[in-house]
Design a protein around this ligand. Structure first.
Ligand code: NDP
Ligand code: N5H
Length: 257
């Protein structure tokens, strides 16, 4: 296959379970022949991530704990990855967090701590991991992150996460400008709503999905697999002319007024 990822290694950050968007991305990259490196926030998630990776039909994955609020942990993780594999060809950042109480009611009630926590985990972390990952991307490569429409316009209940995604979107563009000269592209996928662990218990997800079924041009919600295949495109040389871009994988919803 012309755009096989055989011989390439990608770091995937943010697999929590089989519903995670990061797992959809992992499956697409694996199917294209890539070797995967998984990172998770705490050792609580090591076992489930190892079990999931065990369902893949090649046994070449590696696993590291990496809490992205901790600069030393990020440095240590990438130092270990360097020692274990040397070169990486890309990174998928699929991480976000906001306190549950900040994802309902009015945005104006967001606390300083809640605002900064969300920015720290959901936006600054892309800067911190890109800085370490770039040292291992000596053959060039592709970094991607996950964003949402609520960073471009006001979406009910998304609140503090919307501000974090706006920050993440510009972070992605500034990184694309810095890293282009090293042959590293940086992009984002803006996914439509997908039922994942993060989405659990926030807002009325059924009615959000119903709106997509009724109004989105493709009249159906997107799947982890659809996002995964776009991630594969971004990681492959098919997308070699694209950087600093947000690709909407959302059944076309974002074109609506
Ligand atoms: P998941 O709950 O499956 O994934 C969220 C991940 O964030 C978890 O794996 C969690 O790690 C990780 N995380 C949180 N805090 C930290 C931390 N301090 N250090 C390291 N990792 C951390 O949800 P999704 O797959 O839905 O979310 C992935 C991305 O996609 C997020 O950026 C989200 O905003 C974005 N997105 C999701 C949409 C949706 O509808 N689901 C739509 C558009 C974008 P751990 O499990 O190890 O704690
Ligand atoms: C408009 C909406 C619905 C309302 C807002 C949802 C926002 C979700 C994003 C954040 C990341 C969710 C979050 O931080 C949940 C945590 O407070 C509690 N959950 C956890 O701690 C679990 C155990 C761990 C695994 O989760 C994390 N994140 O670590 C947006 C939806 C239509 C689309 C959507 C769901 C977008 C998105 O960004 O995820």
């Amino acid at each position: 296959m012309k755009f096989s990822l055989e011989g390439r290694t990608y770091v995937v950050m943010g697999v929590a379970n089989k519903r995670s968007i990061a797992w959809g991305i992992s499956k697409s990259l694996h199917d294209a022949g890539a070797r995967l490196i998984f990172t998770y926030a705490s050792d609580r998630f090591e076992k489930p991530v190892r079990e999931l990776a065990g369902t893949l039909d090649r046994d070449d994955s590696l696993f590291y704990e990496c809490d992205v609020t901790d600069d030393e942990a990020i440095k240590k993780t990438f130092a270990e990855i360097k020692e274990d594999v040397g070169v990486i060809h890309g990174l998928a950042h699929c991480i976000a967090f906001a306190n549950r109480e900040d994802l309902k009611g009015e945005f104006i009630d967001t606390s300083r701590d809640g605002f900064l926590l969300s920015q720290n985990i959901s936006a600054y972390s892309l800067v911190a991991v890109s800085r370490e990952a770039k040292e291992l991307m000596t053959e060039g490569g592709s970094i991607m992150t996950m964003t949402y429409l609520g960073g471009e316009r006001v979406v009910e209940n998304y609140n503090v996460m919307g501000v974090s995604k706006a920050s993440l979107d510009m972070t992605m563009r500034y990184l694309a400008n810095d890293l282009g000269k090293e042959g590293i592209r940086v992009n984002a996928i803006s996914a439509g709503p997908i039922r994942t662990l993060s989405a659990k218990g926030v807002g009325d997800f059924n009615s959000i999905l119903k709106t997509i079924e009724e109004r989105a041009p493709l009249r159906k919600p997107v799947t982890q697999e659809e996002v995964g295949d776009t991630a594969y495109f971004l990681m492959s040389d098919l997308s070699r002319g694209i950087t600093g871009e947000i690709l909407h994988v959302d059944s076309g919803y974002s074109i609506l007024g």
